[in-house]
Design a protein around this ligand. Sequence first.
Ligand code: COI
Length: 352
Amino acid sequence: MAISIKITKTPQSRIGDCDFNNIPFGTIFSDHMFMVDYEDGEWHNAQILPYGPLSLSPSTFALHYGQAIFEGMKAFKTAEGEAQLFRPHDNWERLNLSARRMAMAEIPEELFMSGLKALVDLDRDWIPTKQGSSLYLRPYMFATDEFVGVRPAKHFKLIIFSCPVNAYYPKPIRVIVEEKYVRAFDGGVGNAKAAGNYGISMLPTAEANKKGFDQIIWTDGVSHKYIEESGTMNVFFAMGKKIITPALDGTILAGITRDSCIKLLREKGYEVEERKISIDEIVEAHQNGLLTDAFGSGTAAIIAKIAAFNYKGVEYTLPNPEEREVSNWLYNTLYSIQTGATPTSFNWIDKV
Ligand code: COI
């Protein structure tokens, strides 16, 4: 079934006002957005319109009950000027996983992909080409019922907008291991990209920022001994010949960049272990000189090198970021695949 999308173009593009050499993350928005509404068990009224304010009732359900989920994904330009998306089907799948957990409507793949591609096609000139940059796409869905009372909503709105971006972290980061607050627990929503998971991270992150750290590393909610993920990304540790990352046990996000890293590393011959990893093990590896690299992975963060981590007030500094074998190789390989400079045997690229 072909999807019909009504397209209303902006009368006046804002692209001339965008300084592509200076794009603070998430502050500049392209000309258009995709929008579609769910009502009576079906998605209706798919449209692309100029990026702009929404009109919502004060009783909009998501605003008080938090039925809201989102995704983060990217479009790139190849050297030949073609626009391409990186693993968009995986984002669609994860959006629906989040929707199921939050009792929201699932979106059909064809509708999601058609809206996404039509939007990127229309705003393709907004895809930056400077090394490390891309067009960040933010699909999100929220409950729009005008209602007070706790039961799953019946109306939803899905929107996709986009922003030209560089990497989320402009330099290697200092992180602190969080031992007071908890992000997720067994049976919770840790593996869903639910808006609330980010809402609850604001206070712990602000407290860490106040102490001079860029980010926190979440630990498990029972013992605070095992690493979960960082505030905006999954985490990896290189120890000797092994690269270790926390397993997907339901409390952490199944990062698409995480999965790409694991596949690329294994293809290259690295031994990657997905398992429980304690802070004590990391500290011990550091003390024995085995901890050669640590980094976060995420769509926004790409590969974010960890310069140092702090645990119980002790600072552990990692090797010089410029000389890191694993994170530098991963960053370059990933970006090169995303921009089409290096072909990949993985089915990750979707041309627009
Ligand atoms: C992403 O990496 O796409 C995210 O959603 C994280 C967010 C902090 C920007």
